[in-house]
Design a protein around this ligand. Sequence first.
Ligand code: HXC
Length: 289
Amino acid sequence: WEVLDVLFEKKGNVGLITIRRPKALNALNSKVFKELDAYCEIIKNDPEIKAAVLTGFGNKAFVAGADIKEMAGLTDPAQGEAFARKGQISSANLEKIGKPVVAAMNGLGLGGGCEIAMCCTARIAPKGLRMFAGQPEVNLGLIPGMGGTQRLPRLIGFEKAAEMIRTAGPISSEQALEYGLVTELVEGDVLVRAIELARELGEGKTKVKMMEMGPLSNVPDKLPDVDIGHLSRAIDKLAVQAILEGGSMTLEDGLKNEAKRFGECWKTEDNRIGLQNFVEKGARSKAPF
Ligand code: HXC
């Protein structure tokens, strides 16, 4: 028996994907990517399925990021870039299903968790979650590598996206709604509402605004100053490069460029220390540098 880390079931004409790694707060590793790819194929090819929902198991996390322990085992820029491409391609498969996909963000969506949600057509979150979403990669000596530097500016604008990425700070679910990162907040069960919305979108009863996939016309020459505190200047520089360079590219090219910059993080000492600190001390290492 192979134990699956991603579950799939049909709820009428909606395909429900649940990432289930409770001991790692549903973090995304290579096995999860492989299983996700298989379900995307099923959803795409099953004519009965009109829409899908992506959620995380449990009530704490939607997805707490890409698997930091797997990334800590990577040794050079080429391996870092290859891991990012794997995550990017897997998450973009959700975008390419050709049917609406709703992210039921039942809890924390950090790093790769926030990024995979941005590949969905709509995002639903609970009301009143103080620490809800963020791109904390720079804390680990990384930059976002699954589209955060590309889709976040396209969704919420360069200024807010750059601030979230460069400071690593999480935002509340209310702020996420205000920024336009999530499309709807609910009082009750996020999953119930997500399935309902997926059904409506699948039947064409409602529509949501699609993200701009082409080069953007409003790319700034430079980003406003933000306080990066104790964080690494070298990593901050890579994050800024990925954001600014990608803005004037198509999403596809911006992603490739981001993966290259993500790999370059492995050229820095901050990357080695940041990832190792998490592996050794777990989440107790909030400030690795
Ligand atoms: C691997 C993870 C993990 C992750 C949590 N865990 N997040 N394992 N990868 N991203 C594991 C912890 O090590 C721990 O395992 C268990 O899940 C429970 O987590 P705790 O830290 O004990 O829970 P808590 O104290 O409640 O803190 C929750 C948390 C914290 C704030 C979410 O876990 C945290 O900061 N996680 C990392 C979040 C993050 O930085 N994400 C971005 C990753 S980079 P043990 O075995 O110790 O019990 C990224 C790059 C994307 O996503 C691009 C890739 C290409």
